[in-house]
Design a protein around this ligand. Structure first.
Ligand code: DSN
Length: 418
């Protein structure tokens, strides 16, 4: 939004200026939050269209409002591209975001009080995988698995033991702070033993799967949920993929079970992103995301940072800052002042509280979209080290402006899509 003479500028200069400021901010910082990205100009354009004006409760060919001549083919294109890209039988592209997508899965398969099993939030899972403060941990009986203390990795024997003891009807795998490859086949075997429905939440890694940089859950999981705005590089939204057997139950759970009219402008953006994700360039992107994460993990390790599980297989790195004598929140704030955007996060077995935990969660989807490469990850690790070291020593305010200047210089060479 560079033109100062836009309709938004005319109608609401306050909002226009804030949007422009956010655009500048996203341009001038190194964005390492692993669940964020930059959409293409085409995706952005599709989401800012007249499609936002239209109601279309129902599904293509079966709506409760007239005037669907163009909405139906848009949603059908999104569905076909989703099933084609991931090789799934069925896709529902209407969930408003990841949490509603997961809630729809509960609605399809569980009654209140029945048992769900998921990874606990502080171990790397998601709120909606049965964590206590979420509706999913309140309305359902939830049993939670974690990672091993000695390796920081999931132990499939522990998952199996818990599943056999508790016999959940629904098992979630996947999460929000898992730096390692997910063993979908192993989870499927456990689910089969107890006749549970296996749900793979691939929100974080959908783009890596689409680009062939992470194994796919298709053929292992009965149901797959994902947001569309992380490594997949689409607009904020979500999808549910499933086998033909579960297609009706999933569609019924999304609408009319949980939601009203789909957000058609988002559906169009998802369709565009899925088309982009099917290109050879996107495959290269997905592999580069992983290569950058490995390079960043190696450089951080060389500088004495402790990484949960010792490194990464995907786009995400979880740093335990305890040995650096700083907390995650203080580090995230100091790094933000230096132009490096991260988020503080619990680490497995964290002795600290979630609002001021021991860890930092970082990842490489956004910097890779900008075209940065492994050599730049070494620079980023160096800057992170300078800031965290200064924070521990008490002279961080002297260091952040210097790092910030260097960060801005690097970002000028690697601009976001425009
Ligand atoms: N909030 C998302 C993330 O940052 O991973 C998960 O829902």
């Amino acid at each position: 939004m560079n033109n100062a003479n836009t309709a938004l500028q005319q109608a609401d200069p306050d909002i226009a200026e804030l949007v422009r400021a956010e655009e500048r901010r996203q341009d001038e910082v190194i964005r390492l939050i692993p669940s964020e990205n930059y959409v293409s100009a085409a995706v952005l354009e599709a989401t800012g269209t007249v499609l936002t004006n239209k109601y279309s409760e129902g599904y293509p060919g079966k709506r409760y409002y007239e005037g669907q001549q163009f909405i139906d083919p848009i949603e059908q294109l999104a569905i076909n591209r989703a099933t084609g890209l991931f090789g799934a039988d069925h896709a529902n592209v209407q969930p408003y975001s990841g949490s509603p997508a997961n809630l729809a899965v509960y609605l399809a398969f569980l009654r209140p009080g029945e048992t769900v099993m998921g990874m606990s939030l502080p171990m790397g899972g998601h709120l909606t995988h049965g964590w206590a403060v979420s509706a999913t941990g309140t309305w359902f009986k939830s049993v939670q698995y974690g990672v091993r203390r000695d390796t920081g990795r999931l132990d499939m024997d522990q998952v199996r033991d818990l599943a056999l003891a508790e016999r959940p009807k629904l098992i979630f795998c996947g999460g929000t702070a898992i730096p390692r490859t997910i063993d979908f086949a192993g989870f499927a075997q456990v689910a089969r033993e107890i006749d549970a429905v296996l749900v793979a939440d691939i929100a974080h890694i959908a783009g890596l799967i689409a680009g062939g940089a992470h194994p796919s859950p298709v053929g292992h999981a009965d149901v797959i949920t994902t947001t569309t705005h992380k490594t997949l590089r689409g607009p904020r939204g979500a999808m549910i993929l499933c086998t033909q057997q579960h297609a009706k139950a999933i569609d019924k759970a999304v609408f009319p079970g949980l939601q009203g009219g789909p957000h058609n402008h988002t559906t169009a953006g998802i369709a565009v992103a899925l088309k982009e994700a099917a290109t050879p360039e996107f495959r290269t992107y997905a592999h580069n995301v992983v290569a950058n994460a490995r390079a960043l993990a190696e450089s951080l390790t060389e500088r004495g940072f402790e990484l949960v599980s010792g490194g990464t297989d995907n786009h995400l790195i979880l740093i335990d800052l305890a040995s650096k004598n700083v907390t995650g929140k203080a580090a995230a704030k100091a790094l933000d002042a230096a132009g490096i955007e991260t988020n503080y996060n619990t680490v497995p077995f964290d002795p600290r509280k979630p609002f001021d935990p021991s860890g930092l969660r970082i990842g490489t989807p956004s910097v890779t979209t900008r075209g940065m490469a492994p050599e730049h990850m070494a620079q980023v690790a160096g800057w992170m080290d300078e800031v965290v070291t200064a924070l521990a020593k008490g002279n961080v305010d002297d260091v952040t402006p210097v790092v910030r200047q260097q960060v801005v210089a690097l970002t000028r060479a690697f601009r976001p899509p425009a």
